[in-house]
Design a protein around this ligand. Structure first.
Ligand code: ACO
Ligand code: ZN
Length: 227
């Protein structure tokens, strides 16, 4: 049965969507997603772009709230795609006019990573899971649930990562790690933030795995969650 479910499933090599080629509805849905996605992530380049880092495989640009309309429009477009993928449980920005958007642009001029950072004052430490629950977490069922608990005592923090996203076909190439490194270096002028001064907004399961690795502890900081 499990095999049947994926019968005829193909993955589009440009937009990453998995769909059933034999199903007309699926194919129509793919075409719609494909165009919206590729258009949304296309980066034409701006005369006044703020490049904050350059690598062999791309660069990171920073967009600030006072930037020209065309830049903010792109931010909005990308954010919609990201929110769509994250599934909207994401809390809204505490102060949208103050957020800083970092985008990783590939050499092919595509936006393959996006990080929205905001100022925060406090965050909470994720509590380590009891071991039996850790086993649970490997199960598929758990993958789609936000399963973490945190302390009730707030700690001081400075930078909140409201959203972090990397294009599905470009994951595990340290794009997210490099974006967070650059945020820590550029978020506050003249200082480099430590891993204890950044927090993640209501992390998804993959966000949690990433944060655990990046912060080198399962007890990283979180903020913006319900309950
Ligand atoms: N599963 C297990 N470990 C992971 C995963 C994962 N899915 N993602 C990252 N890691 C760990 C690994 O140890 C990895 O190192 P390795 O590849 O050498 O093993 C390390 O983190 C560094 O990973 P990066 O390559 O820097 O991360 P990547 O560029 O793949 O991006 C991200 C990670 C942003 C979570 C990506 O998987 C993604 O976009 N997911 C979908 C959107 C999402 O859920 N975003 C997080 C929401 S939470 C928030 O926005 C605050
Ligand atoms: Zn496609």
């Amino acid at each position: 049965d499990a095999g049947q479910k994926h019968f005829g499933a193909v993955m589009c090599k440009s937009c990453g969507m998995i769909y059933t080629a034999a199903s007309p509805e699926d194919e129509a849905q793919h075409i719609q997603h494909h165009q919206r996605f590729l258009e949304g992530l296309r980066y034409v380049g701006w005369k006044k772009e703020r490049v904050v880092a350059e690598y062999l495989d791309g660069k990171i640009i920073l967009i600030l709230p006072d930037d020209p309309k065309y830049a903010l429009k792109k931010v909005e477009e990308v954010r919609e795609l990201v929110d769509n993928e994250l599934g909207f449980q994401q809390a809204t920005l505490s102060c949208p006019g103050q957020s800083k958007t970092y985008m990783f642009v590939s050499n092919e001029k595509r936006i393959v990573g996006c990080l929205i950072a905001e100022h925060i004052r406090q965050a909470f430490r994720v509590l380590s899971e009891p071991t039996n629950q850790q086993k649970f977490e490997n199960q598929e069922l758990f993958e789609y649930h936000r399963a973490w608990r945190c302390t009730t005592m707030p700690e001081e923090a400075i930078c909140g990562i409201s959203r972090i996203w990397v294009f599905s076909l470009m994951r595990r190439k340290e794009i997210a790690s490099r974006m967070v490194d650059i945020v820590r270096n550029t978020f506050m002028y003249g200082t480099c933030l430590s891993k204890n001064e950044i927090a993640f907004s209501d992390p998804t399961p993959s966000g949690k795995l990433f944060a655990t690795k990046y912060c080198q502890t399962p007890n990283f900081l979180v903020y913006n969650f319900i309950g």
